[in-house]
Design a protein around this ligand. Structure first.
Ligand code: NCC
Length: 274
């Protein structure tokens, strides 16, 4: 993106909306999915002042950021990242959990039973092939998350469970590619960048914790697991480095906060008159 100003990038991004599937978007579908989709999209007509995105990075360990994270009006977490036992570092509040389709479908994650997926808003995503139609994806998702979606909704029809329209994923990917100096492999974005895309229209500002790695960064993949794997922070499969470079470019707070405290701040769309 060379010297393209942050404002210009935000205005380009503002044209884009990460969409969730609504009743009527799918007629019939696998397991009659269409009948179980929500009537409204995610947080339709709702606005938040401060939002926090908690990347699951190992660098959150011993960060003592829990209180800061919990002070936000909305807190988004990923996949099976726990709070219990890690409150000092990552807080206890969860408003939204953004799940990839492996977490929804693979037995080890116990999606239909585990308490961490109850009483929160769930947003799940699964990648289609690049430029595939919605019907093609419904027929051939990467991990078949539709049975678990329908099961979850049957248990509790009031549950707030949203599915990302996979075409939005690739629109966001195209945006990243158009604003990156390097050519990206055509692999889906990480849940991290998708989380930002989801919250930009809803929040006045978004603080992303340990997404852009701080001075605490280590080889450790997750704060909740001792496994070392630097690829979790810099990426091998997802275009993580490109996501993070762009995110740092549109960040509005000083490097002290970014690299010592461990978060970037991205202003929501409403702050930009384009
Ligand atoms: O690891 P994961 O990611 O659940 O992390 C969520 C998001 O936090 C950011 N992150 C994580 C670790 C780290 N050291 N630095 C970070 O910045 C990333 O933005 C990441 O997206 C995913 O994106 O959904 C992902 O999910 C895992 C895995 O499927 C789930 O954790 C469930 O076990 C993927 N790992 C594998 O498939 C082995 C990972 O590639 C992407």
């Amino acid at each position: 993106f060379g010297d393209k100003a942050a404002k210009e990038i935000m205005c380009e991004l503002k044209k884009l909306r990460v969409k969730t599937l609504k009743r009527g978007d799918v007629v019939g579908g696998p397991k009659n999915l269409g009948d179980f989709l929500p009537k409204r999209s995610l947080f339709e007509n709702k606005k938040f002042n401060s939002c926090a995105i908690v990347a699951s990075a190992g660098a959150l360990k011993d960060s003592n950021l829990g209180k800061t994270i919990d002070s936000h009006d909305l807190v988004l977490r990923f996949n099976h990242a726990p709070t219990k036992g890690f409150e000092e570092d990552v807080g206890r509040k969860t408003t939204v959990r953004l799940l990839n389709s492996q977490v929804v479908t693979r037995k080890e994650f116990n999606f239909l039973e585990s308490d961490i997926y109850k009483n929160v808003t769930i947003v799940a995503w699964d990648p289609s092939n690049y430029k595939a139609s919605l019907d093609e994806w419904l027929e051939k998702p990467e991990f078949n998350l539709f049975p678990a979606y329908v099961e979850y909704k049957k248990k509790n029809d009031k549950a707030r469970f949203f599915l990302i329209n996979p075409q939005s994923l690739w629109e966001l990917w195209d945006f990243l590619q158009n604003n990156s100096p390097n050519r990206l492999r055509r692999n889906p974005l990480s849940s991290g960048f998708l989380g930002l895309g989801i919250l930009l229209p809803l929040c006045n500002f978004i603080d992303m914790f340990e997404y852009v790695p701080s001075a605490r960064a280590t080889k450790r993949c997750h704060y909740y697991d001792p496994e070392d794997n630097p690829a979790c922070t810099f990426g091998v499969w997802h275009p993580l480095a490109a996501e993070k470079l762009l995110t740092y470019h549109i960040n509005t707070i000083d490097d002290q906060k970014v690299f010592q405290s461990g978060y970037v701040r991205i202003p929501g769309f409403k702050n930009f008159r384009c």
